[in-house]
Ligand binder design. Structure first.
Ligand SMILES: [Zn+2]
Length: 221
């Protein structure tokens, strides 16, 4: 299933449910046994309040082959139980369903405190939906990707109490603001990177201008 062609301005219009290529549609691999469930932490599925925007940093490509490429990389090279992102937007603006929101996401990193206390509620993935664009860090997003992202974010807002849309680069500051410590070396310029600064601002501004911090551009200098 492929998104209908979109002319300027139509990103404000609701798209049919077919606007997202489901896992069944693209024949995603089944997650492996290492998948973290909320139940194993004694939790139930939480409300998702945050969206974290990423780029794949693996070049740009499109179609189901691209969804498989990213899922295979995450599972076979990085050792993830499934694709890490909850949604992938390919270079033509097609939206692929990634990891189910019924299980623990894996895209935004971890905190020292969460690891020490085995408390996933203190990880940035907790309550965070990860959306990745097929693009390198120095690449500009395509207009189709920008339109698709605006549509997807509104779709998710209609179904989840979203209060925050940030980029992966901003996760570090977000953790620190909560008194938590990022546990990984994280290069702020790495994801989503300088190439898509203006599109990230455009996407977030279209949804809610308050979602863009004043110093966003400075994060990449
Ligand atoms: Zn990222």
């Amino acid at each position: 299933m492929v998104l209908a062609l979109c002319v300027a301005g139509c990103s404000n219009e609701p798209r049919p449910a077919g606007g997202i290529v489901t896992r069944a549609d693209w024949q995603a691999r089944e997650p492996n046994a290492g998948l973290s469930t909320y139940e194993q932490y004694g939790l139930t599925r939480p409300d998702y309040t945050t969206i974290v925007l990423h780029v794949t940093s693996m070049g740009h490509a499109s179609g189901t082959a691209e969804a498989h490429r990213i899922q295979d990389f995450h599972m076979d090279q990085r050792g993830f139980a499934d694709i890490g992102y909850n949604f992938l937007i390919d270079s033509r603006g097609t939206i692929f369903e990634g990891r189910s929101l019924d299980v623990v996401p894996s895209h935004a990193g971890r905190s020292v405190e969460a690891d020490a206390q085995h408390d996933i509620t203190r990880d940035p993935d907790y309550q965070s939906i990860g959306i990745a664009f097929s693009a390198d860090t120095d690449e500009t997003l395509s207009p189709a990707q920008v339109d698709a992202a605006k549509w997807l974010i509104r779709y998710l807002q209609a179904r989840n109490p979203i209060t925050r849309i940030i980029t992966h680069t901003e996760v570090r500051q977000w953790l620190i603001s909560r008194g938590l410590t990022p546990n990984e070396e994280f290069d702020p310029a790495r994801c989503p990177g300088a190439g898509s600064i203006e599109q990230m601002i455009e996407i977030r501004t279209a949804v809610d201008p308050s979602f863009v911090p004043e110093d966003y551009r400075r994060l990449f200098r």
